[in-house]
Design a protein around this ligand. Structure first.
Ligand SMILES: Cc1cc2nc3c(=O)[nH]c(=O)nc-3n(C[C@H](O)[C@H](O)[C@H](O)COP(=O)(O)OP(=O)(O)OC[C@H]3O[C@@H](n4cnc5c(N)ncnc54)[C@H](O)[C@@H]3O)c2cc1C
Length: 330
């Protein structure tokens, strides 16, 4: 039996979000794996530009729900629209693929509950097995990967992790843009967006840095950051960080590297006290050379490191800093 995959495309400023293109790659690959076809779904307002972008991919159709009620994202209006779309579909989807973003984290559980669907969040890959699709997703901060199989015949909603699928691998083609038949009078926004503010206008741009010294929770606190600053100064590096460092207020938000921070591609990336969760790795995996320092020899960061130093960063970093200074002086 042919399977149907819907790819939910998230928009930013009226255009396809970077991760929407990654979701297209994932959705096309999933459709191939299950022997079916993929279509895109766009939910928003003034969606013409995004629909045309999506129509340039190899998809059965680009289905659009466009209404002023959807101009600003609210989970109520979004879920209300998608529930109608799925229930009213001529051919009901077997899979709904969405990028794993703050937005989908917000609405996918509610959507899954209302449609009685299986939900597989943060998939990084999938494979066809005899008894159905098996999805891989990181657990325990990326230390382990779970293999998850959905059961039963109904819809499965799968969100795909940032960076797990490459946007450039999406297959080009030509698709028709079609309007979804939605009764918007029954769609209600359950929140009022009072305004959206851009924060951090003077953001540090780490994307052009040649050398990054990145610090993780393992540093132990704001008052213990001096060895990081010393090594960065000796190397002439910019300082980056994992998310807990930012969330704890040890460094400003514009220093965050990862799926919800900046993406960097330096020649040298020193990761000190960072475990290597997938959300961090997607932001730095293009670094040419990674030096990881961690007291846990099984930390996932070592799997992407060219050089690994197992031990206490507070003992190792001062030694490295002195070695760099000595090398520069000679
Ligand atoms: C939607 C979403 C988005 C996210 N976005 C991001 C993102 O953009 N960037 C990001 O980084 N994370 C992000 N995260 C969080 C991510 O899942 C991890 O929780 C985070 O990356 C872990 O940070 P960490 O490695 O610093 O901390 P931990 O996972 O706590 O690791 C600390 C590491 O330090 C080591 N350590 C402890 N003490 C020492 C010492 N003295 N010397 C040496 N090593 C030591 C430990 O062995 C451990 O490996 C996101 C999560 C979600 C759900």
């Amino acid at each position: 039996m042919s399977r149907t995959v819907w790819i939910l495309l998230q928009l930013r400023d009226g255009k396809l979000h970077r991760m929407a293109r990654e979701a297209i790659t994932a959705g096309q690959a999933l459709a191939t794996a299950v022997g079916g076809r993929a279509s895109a779904v766009i939910v928003g307002h003034e969606t013409d530009a995004a629909s045309q972008e999506a129509a340039a991919f190899d998809l059965d159709a680009v289905w659009v729900a466009d209404d002023a009620k959807l101009a600003a994202y609210t989970p109520g209006a979004f879920v209300g629209t998608l529930v109608q779309a799925v229930r009213g579909a001529e051919v009901a989807p077997d899979y709904l693929v969405a990028p794993h973003t703050y937005q989908s984290v917000d609405f996918v559980p509610r959507l899954g509950q209302q449609l009685d669907a299986a939900v597989v969040p943060e998939a990084v890959s999938f494979e066809a097995a005899d008894d159905g699709m098996v999805f891989r997703r990181p657990i325990m901060g990326g230390k382990l990967q779970a293999r998850v199989r959905t059961r039963g015949e109904g819809l499965a909603v799968v969100t795909v992790q940032s960076g797990a699928f490459s946007a450039s691998d999406a297959t080009a083609g030509s698709a028709d843009v079609r309007a979804l038949s939605i009764d918007f009078s029954t769609v209600a926004a359950d929140r009022e967006i009072l305004g959206v503010e851009q924060v951090g206008g003077d953001q540090v741009d780490l994307s052009k840095a040649d050398i990054v010294v990145a610090v993780g929770r393992g540093v132990g606190g704001e008052d213990k950051m001096q060895p990081i600053h010393d090594l960065a100064e000796a190397l002439g590096a910019d300082i980056g960080a994992s998310r807990p460092v930012i969330d704890n207020g040890w460094l400003p938000r514009d220093r965050q590297i990862g799926s919800s921070g900046q993406t960097v591609a330096p020649k040298l990336y020193v990761a000190a006290g960072i475990s290597g969760a997938i959300q961090h790795l997607v932001g730095m995996k293009s670094a040419s050379c990674v030096v990881a320092i961690n007291k846990d020899a099984s930390a996932p960061i070592f799997s992407v490191a060219q050089y690994g130093l197992v031990g206490d960063l507070h003992e190792i970093l001062p030694v490295l800093t002195e070695a760099v200074k000595a090398a520069k002086a000679s």
